[in-house]
Design a protein. Sequence first.
Length: 130
Amino acid sequence: MAGIVLRGTEVKSLRSGKLSFNDSYALFENGELFLKNLHISEYAFGTMVNHEPMQERKLLMTKRELRKLETKIKEKGYSLIPLNVLFNENGLVKVEIGLCKGKKSYDKRQVIKEREAKRETAMFRKKISG
């Protein structure tokens, strides 16, 4: 769990559920952890001071936790992705981040092969029933 630096309109938008994790990830820059590509929609009732939806946001963790994650990230194939955004009992926004290992190319081929097989069986069943 990590805290996140947000502006007022971002928090209001999060409370109304305007959040998208698509292609978001965490990245280290100068020993600090930043969340990139997290889309928080603009607050509908905001004024000219509304936030930018796709800006990078700083994650707040202790130095010890940051060092531990940074050593894991330097290993081949690991990355940090946000899993969940929630409000704690004090009303603060917390981000749950996961340390994930990317798929190998042969894993990707297997997934594509399974997807095509399902598609073919669905088309075959459609021809039989229709």
